[in-house]
Design a protein around this ligand. Structure first.
Ligand code: NDP
Length: 314
């Protein structure tokens, strides 16, 4: 290992230990704004980080709706948590399908009369370690960005007013940083526009991803100045990060008592199917920052990107 890599690895280990310690400190009664009546929806919760987030939220005493695009797999995953004594319900949800989202929305409205927390965890990445094929770029952008956006749009009208505010947490990635050191859009003018909250718009973000997909289609993306590593994945998560910032601004205009806080986090390089279990952190650890963000006591944090409970600059 080179000196630099060694240092980074030591730093990460130290932070992992700090977080393990933080997780042993229970929330005090006055911090616990939630109860078993609090409804948390987790997408793609049948395995990996999503399953862990569902487990940890249920462990804190909330009612968790574990969603899965495959009904029987979801039922099996929920059973594991139900048998552990957790309050967990289960429903089919494929974030790529409009009918599935609207069926889920109808079900949750009728059964629970709303939602307090939404964790957008469902996502895909088809390139591993050194690959950078664009074969699945469209599916990736559609799942990671449009699927997440569609869930946010479907759930916002169901989010219940409360003094603590409703919460949306998007499991994103630091690869989707606008000003990332190693991986970022080269076009400075575009970067500047996207980083200016005064002019950032849904149209601007959608245009960025559709320009990218047009270039993929025409096989000209290589010279398009896109992030060099995990390109399609990075663009999809950049879009999620930017959309969250935009929504945070819009949602902050809601009156007190009806606030919705929305944040993103990067779980690190995680040992799940997505990385063929080659990551350097466990799913249990990877779930931590998402759960922490979902439960933040009395703190109006919104429109930010976090990793290991610390804010990163988008
Ligand atoms: P997994 O591949 O283990 O899990 C992904 C989950 O998303 C599965 O439950 C999968 O369902 C679900 N999913 C995929 N597409 C859809 C869809 N259209 N509708 C509903 N659910 C869907 O990956 P991870 O647990 O590692 O990843 C979870 C999140 O964390 C993703 O958003 C990922 O981008 C993000 N992340 C992961 C990192 C890592 O190192 N692993 C790093 C940074 C971010 P099914 O079982 O049916 O396929």
């Amino acid at each position: 290992m080179t000196g630099k890599k060694e240092k980074a690895s030591e730093k990460r280990e130290k932070r992992l230990q700090e977080i393990s310690l933080l997780r042993t400190i229970p929330y005090s009664d006055h911090q616990r704004w939630w109860s078993e009546e609090t409804i948390a929806v987790v997408t793609g919760a049948n395995r990996g980080i999503g399953f862990e987030i569902a487990k940890q939220l249920a462990g804190h005493g909330l009612t968790v709706i574990l969603t899965s695009r495959d009904t029987s797999v979801g039922i099996e995953a929920a059973k594991v948590l139900q048998e552990g004594g957790f309050n967990v319900d289960v429903h089919q949800l494929d974030i790529l399908h409009e009918e599935s989202i609207s069926e889920f929305t109808k079900w949750i409205k009728e059964k629970y009369d709303g939602v307090d927390i939404l964790v957008n965890n469902a996502g895909v990445n088809y390139n591993l370690v050194s690959g950078n094929s664009m074969e699945y770029a469209k599916q990736m952008i559609e799942t990671n960005y449009f699927g997440t956006k569609n869930m946010i749009k479907a759930m916002i009208p169901l989010m219940r007013p409360s003094a603590a505010g409703a919460r949306i947490v998007n499991v994103s990635s630091r690869l989707g940083k606008l000003n990332g050191r190693r991986s970022r859009i080269e076009d400075e003018a575009l970067r500047e526009k996207l980083s200016n909250l005064e002019i950032l718009s849904e149209e601007l973000i959608d245009n960025m991803v559709s320009t990218f997909l047009q270039q993929v289609e025409a096989d000209t993306w290589q010279s398009g100045g896109w992030p060099q590593k995990f390109t399609d994945y990075a663009v999809s998560k950049l879009a999620v990060n930017l959309y969250s910032m935009l929504m945070a601004k819009q949602l902050s205009e809601r009156p007190e008592g009806e606030k919705i806080y929305i944040n993103c986090y990067c779980p690190g390089w995680v040992r799940t199917a997505m990385t063929s279990w080659s990551g350097n952190v466990s799913a249990e650890h990877a779930a931590d920052t998402g759960v922490w963000l979902a439960l933040l006591p009395n703190e109006a944090v919104t429109g930010k990107l976090f990793a290991e409970r610390r804010e990163l600059k988008v």
